[in-house]
Design a protein around this ligand. Structure first.
Ligand SMILES: NC(=O)c1ccc[n+]([C@@H]2O[C@H](COP(=O)([O-])OP(=O)(O)OC[C@H]3O[C@@H](n4cnc5c(N)ncnc54)[C@H](OP(=O)(O)O)[C@@H]3O)[C@@H](O)[C@H]2O)c1
Length: 251
């Protein structure tokens, strides 16, 4: 699919990886709306970068824990752009809690992580589905984590939310075929990001030492893979790991 003239929403576009994805989609020819929850300056910087690439942009404030707010944000994006071809479910929230500390992982934290990282992407896909189907060439790309493939990340809740997002990818690929492809990128550690800063130090050390390429994931490679999934016409239900080559995650 040629991305010129297409329209995307990248959730979490104020964040480190979301801004890279928004830029890459704009350079590939798409107009790009982004969402953010509190970091207005980061969102404005990403929207400015999309405009500097000659494309339309829009920054929408959205707490995707709230189903009503999700529907309102979808209406705003569709109202502004008239169509939406691509949804990138990139927004997520994490907090560093060692797996062994079950007492620290409270019901409230569990709900915040799961509502943001798994229910939100589902509700966004549900709300956008009629628009993505309209031109019979819709795209959803979910940003999960290697923590969804094997146990080890910022917390058990985060790992479980990303495992759910990976399987949601496959379920939606079946549900929305043949009009919409649904794929997933599962990054390992991306150093220098806000999320990486919340990881327990032992996880960071492990990610570095296990990568056979002796470097971890880069936001640029993740963004390039999102563009590749959006351009592809015959790929759906797939998960692509970007982690510097960790043998345990090579399937
Ligand atoms: N960084 C890594 O090492 C790494 C590794 C594997 C996977 N990932 C995945 O990559 C994606 C992007 O991560 P990142 O490193 O770019 O993280 P980040 O810089 O912390 O950005 C997270 C984004 O999600 C938004 N967000 C957080 N809570 C939200 C909520 N309740 N409703 C709506 N938006 C919310 C944030 O908005 P505000 O900026 O307004 O707060 C921000 O735009 C995530 O799905 C993450 O799980 C990251």
């Amino acid at each position: 699919m040629d991305l010129n003239g297409k329209t995307a929403l990248v959730t979490g576009g104020s964040g480190d990886i979301g801004s890279a994805i928004a830029n890459a989609l704009a350079l590939a020819g798409a107009d790009v709306a982004i969402s953010y929850v509190g970091h207005k300056k980061g969102a404005a910087a990403t929207a400015d970068a999309v405009r500097a690439a000659g494309k339309r942009s829009l920054a929408v404030q959205l707490d995707q824990q709230d189903p009503v707010a999700i529907d309102a944000a979808v209406d705003t994006v569709v109202g502004e752009f008239g169509r939406v071809d691509i949804l990138v479910n990139n927004a997520a929230w994490n907090i560093g809690i060692p797996f062994s500390d079950l007492a620290a992982l409270t019901a409230d934290i569990w709900d915040r992580v799961l509502d943001t990282n798994l229910r939100g992407p589902y509700l966004l896909a549900r709300a956008f589905a009629p628009h993505l189907r309209a031109h019979k060439a819709g795209r959803i790309v979910n940003i999960a984590s290697v923590g969804g493939l094997y146990p080890g990340s910022s917390s058990i809740a985060y790992s479980a939310s990303k495992a759910g997002l990976i399987h949601l990818t496959r379920c939606l690929a079946v549900a929305l075929a043949p009009d919409v492809t649904v794929n997933c990128v599962a990054p390992g550690l991306v150093e220098g990001t806000r999320m990486a800063q919340r990881l327990p130090e032992e996880i960071v050390r492990m990610a570095r030492s296990q990568a056979v390429l002796e470097r971890v994931a880069s936001a640029r490679d993740i963004a390039a893979q999102v563009v590749t999934f959006c351009r592809a016409d015959s790929i759906t239900g797939q998960v692509l790991v970007i982690d510097g080559g960790v043998p345990g995650a090579m399937h």
